[in-house]
Ligand binder design. Sequence first.
Ligand SMILES: [Zn+2]
Length: 686
Amino acid sequence: MKFKSGSRRRALEYEKDWVQRWKADKTFERSVEQRPASKPWVFYDGPPFLTGTPHHGHLLVSTVKDVMGRFHTMKGQRVERRWGWDCHGLPAEVYVEKALGITSKKEIGTKISISDYVKECRAAMVKTGTEWEDTIERLGRWVEFKGAYKTMDKEYMESIWWAFKQLYEKGKIYEGEKILIYCTKDATPISKSEVAMENSYQMDTDPSVFVYFELEGDQDESVLAWTTTPWTLPANVAIAVHNDLEYSLISYEGKKFYVASEAVSRVMQDEKHQPLGYEVLKRVKGSELVGRRYHPLFENRGPQAHRVLHADFVMAEDGTGIVHEAPAYGEDDYELCKRESVPVVSLVDADGNYTEGRWQGENIWEVNKLIAKTLVEEGKALKVEYVQHEYPHCHRCGGKLMYRAHPSWFMDIQGQKEEMLAANRTTHWTPDVLRTGRFNNIIEQAPDWNLSRDRYWATPIPVWKGERTDGTEVVKVFGSYAEFAESTGKMLDDYHLPEVMNLTFELDGVTMRHIGKVLDCWFESGSMPFAQFHYPFENKEKFESSFPADFIIEAIDQTRGWFYSLMAVNVGLFGKAPWKNLICTGFINAADGKKMSKKLKNYTPPMELMDKYSTDSFRFLMLSGPLTNGENFALADKDVGEVARKLSMIWNMYDFFTMYAEVDGWEFSGTLQDPMPDLSTPLDIW
Ligand SMILES: [Zn+2]
């Protein structure tokens, strides 16, 4: 073999050639097959949303996944690497809604049938794969795409049913009503962790209103309550004060009303912060107000309603030290009113419209201001004040979120919290401080997990219900398609809604109907250790020999996402942690330190970076920075360029060599001899 001067090739060309060669030779597949199944090194791949596009963060974890897999392959272990897709849930539905021009959940079932909508969802999940494959291939990562598990596969979904029933029978899943964060546009609850994960708080300016609630009795007194959510006033059923706070009775423009003494000077101001002409008549303890009744602002909600209650959460720092209670729309309020046997009044439908009263049919966000203004005009409120506050918005549609009482299915996290904390202690993390700190705290503070979603495109919750003639409830939970067939006489090709929802059956003379809810897609991705193998219906040994995983890696946001759902589901089912070793990476930011943003165009797409500087340079930088230690990194193009410059030194040597090899006419004989025996000086040896 002869060498030619100037035959150096560009990284872009030879890297792509290498990938083709691996493909042609099936190098990856053979590297797995050649190693014995008795020496596995198990890796779980966290499934990205199929509708997302690959970004720098995916390439970071993909690089580590590749390097770790190759390292253990070289050590003689069998490292199966199977890709996974998260196909379900709101992200997928929002993607399809955009494509179909659907703007609210109401249109599903009217503008398009549920059946067609679900078909569209499925079709969209098949289309969007190649961009990922191209990018991951360009990165040089060895992973099996062809046999990728998909959370929408029939077999995968059956394992989910099995898991649900197991947990239900262990008493770890229950139905309840809780105050949840809810999106009226998408007409579904959103989990707290989703809101926290996506950092969904925005600065909003909203009307707050100071409302008079007229106390019963002949003294002609009121209490002045303050609220930043005027739309909840029609659902008012109680007023809360604090026993130990002092309240002043104010006389102003012919009205007499109570305000917490600390708050008086702040509340009794006009828009220009000038004091209003008021008088303090007397001062009383909050406990003296507790127990008094007041005239309802709108409808009368019965003898248990419209009382002044004591609540620990009442403070005088904000507002008037007097809180209006609409228990259907606030967590603290709900608990207080349940405890005090005050009725919970709901008057907003799934889409956020009033179902009764003066504003029936109107949307709560649209009449929020109007309600505040109307109350002032009618003399039922002192004033409206606009407040700037952080308010949660839906991370999918951008709409305002509300809190509301909503019937849902929960996983009992409180009951297995100690077990989860203990399981976490058996795992190894890099960096360890995220295990002992952040993740430990997330588990400690976790509420019960709301598993149900009022949507269409996800695994239906396998629960059917009916009512006996005496009004008692019958519940049937299915843990397999065979059980389903036993009761319904049907085997289906597809167990998504609406097919499943439309099937009824008789149980002891009771007609059973599906509850119409689907599962949180995080429950599905958390089930991947067994669901990817269709366990326990198939691959029993395969699953048992690959649980827990030797290794998983994702970015720090997954401490609330996949890491958490994996831990919760698998501790619930198997009583132990689903991984042994975990790397948690930080986030890659743009060079300016800000989040990479398509709008700001503050970054170079990863494919361009790799084409310009070489994949090796990009991978090297990913591995050598602080990212793999859980820290963030601001990525500048020149950093990749700097690595490329260092790597080019090797090419410079090659240039030097080919130049002289050509001049001397030196040829490579085709065999490589070990030069070591001929070397005599330490310098040469080294
Ligand atoms: Zn939304």
